[in-house]
Design a protein around this ligand. Sequence first.
Ligand code: GRG
Length: 282
Amino acid sequence: MEVEEYLSQKKINIERALKNYLEKNDSPVFEAMRYAVLNGGKRFRPLLLLASGEYFGASEEFLLPYACSIEFVHSYSLIHDDLPMMDNDDFRRGKPSCHKKFGEALALLAGDALLSLAFEVIADAPYPQPDSQVKNFIIGELARAIGPSGMISGQWKDISFNPQIAAWSDYQEIARKKTAGLIRVSAIIGARLAGAPVQALNSIEQYAANLGLAFQLRDDLEDLDQDRAQKNLLRPNMAQYLGKNKATELLVELCQKAVHFLRKAGINSDVLEYFADRLKIW
Ligand code: GRG
């Protein structure tokens, strides 16, 4: 099957699974959760998890709860990031952001609820078997990636950012923690669930860490190009720091490095390579 056909089929399956988890309840919190999740995201992280897991032989049925869990975490981070005390964004994916539609209290709770639901879904996932250590590993990796030393710390560094004293390493650290961490852990979870050998896991981790940085750099390049908002001039934008040409070169380099880690380990996945190839087109 062609890569794009594969991805659009997987996306349909992810949408269906996400909807199933969120349909059960008519409370306002669930309504806000549905609004935030079921509104047209690219589903990049769950697709990456499925592609990585399926490459190493796990079934979609096995992987889907974990893929949804990652998307719930991502959606929570977007809701909270849009709040007035954070990035203060009125729009998300071309529609009013969650707090604009439902008010700040309900948006905050919908974000909290999605974070909790993510771990509930993992706890209830039928695979792997209850005596397997794999679930513990996954819960630990995910919690570390998004917790106080991961995404939360990246977000704090982002909102307390001072461009006058920031070094390149600060820009990279923010991108690594705020954005790349969840992308990295998505690929690791897929591979780990499929029982990939340790050496392959390390390579997948390196691949996804580079892909994650590239993902943020591309977003920064888009921000710079569209000059989206004046306030962005004060944000930690890697492309602004490097300048457009150097940033574009680095984007290509990161994507090539990502693919290099796959090939060096003998991982021949069209889909995983496709993610890197698509990101570097600028
Ligand atoms: C507030 C807890 C908390 C965390 C905030 C991840 C994050 C940290 C904030 C999200 C805002 C943001 C712009 C992050 C940079 C990464 C990024 C480009 C996110 C958008 O992800 P896409 O492009 O979005 O996958 P879609 O809409 O496709 O899901």
